[in-house]
Design a protein around this ligand. Sequence first.
Ligand code: EPZ
Length: 422
Amino acid sequence: MDSILVTGNGPLNGQIPIAGAKNACLTLMPATLLSEEPLTLTNAPRLSDIKTMTALLRSLGAEVSSLQDGQVIAMSSHSLTSQTADYDIVRKMRASNLVLGPLLARFGQAVVSLPGGCAIGARPMDLHVEGLEALGAEIELKDGYLHAKAPGGLKGAVHEMRFASVGATENIVMAATLAKGTTVLKNAAREPEIVDLVECLRKMGAQISGEGSSTIEIQGVDRLHGATHQVVTDRIELGTYMLAPAICGGEVELLGGRMALVESFAAKLDAAGVSVTETQNGLKVARKNGRVQAVDVVTEPFPGFPTDLQAQMMALMCTAEGTSVLEERIFENRFMHAPELVRMGANIEVHGGTATVTGVETLKGAPVMATDLRASVSLILAGLAAEGETTVSRVYHLDRGYEHVVRKLEGVGAKIERIKGE
Ligand code: EPZ
């Protein structure tokens, strides 16, 4: 397994291009199942999760071509051969469950493996099931697979989700586009990736309104046609790299960044003493003066502070002046980066869903291990600011969500290299 060697090297300066959003692409790709006409995505990120979704769609019989070095994905599900998403693919990536709604809507049946737990939590699918059952689907759990059918097709309904689940919102909205009648989805998730999905579905002929608010209304149509859609900028990659000049000093411009994608995160950085300003090409980030100040963080559904930036923010707080309390309200086990940061000299106490971080002047480089996608990059950030060398192992986690991370950070002056493993 490869590892990444980072050596603290002072302030960072320059530009980092931000790619298309992994979590938008992973819901846009299954949308191809809703139509027999081609769907093409541009500005797609080059990530292993995208390769996994490609393999899944191909296993169903869809044609998926990766063009222009992976930045364009041309798909067609004109003649599918299966409606079963196998455990061996789904267990690798939970987002595989996003084929459930589209398969049900187009074919009236789907067999999708439960994803099983993952490092950050149990991650059940009860909210997906409840929403699809509200649309008339009959779903039973057998041998670890959800067996779903809607023999007479799905029917529009009014449904309120118990929690604003991103994936459940995406599955229900995609299914509702081909249901008979109107669906009103209440307490819907408001993430920009859902807005991006709806914009793509609308290009395919879907009739949807309210995306980005808590209530989304979908008028079912008989069929959807093909489209071409540009994947929205990745706000989590954006937020991650905004933290690089925050933790190291210097000034970095994030190309393609938009303030609307990271409003609450940018406000938190501002409170910590990090300026974020919009430029013609993106967002420019720099410390306002000297050491950053500790701030408290509570993770919430969008537009609140993103859970996917909690680990990275913790790395910054490890070097802040004062004490920061980070509360993780979305996932039950998302502090696995904490013990690794402690190995670097951080002062962190974790009690249940709360981590208390007392900043230290400097972190010390050390060998650390990535445990999940966002934890892996928080260790890279800490290594950028630490004295000496940090080796982050198991970087396959990183490859799931960050394209060309070494090249992007080298480009702003970081001392970082990938070490080929056996
Ligand atoms: C999406 O996961 C993202 N993944 C996650 O990003 C992100 O952390 C999460 O939304 C929250 O923003 C993709 O978009 C591919 P949820 P998802 O359904 O849809 C519980 C990353 O790092 N829940 O909003 O799975 C669940 O256990 C990944 O890029 C139920 O209880 O998130 C969790 O505690 C990690 N029942 C909470 O809700 C359900 O049926 C949020 O889950 C569904 C979810």
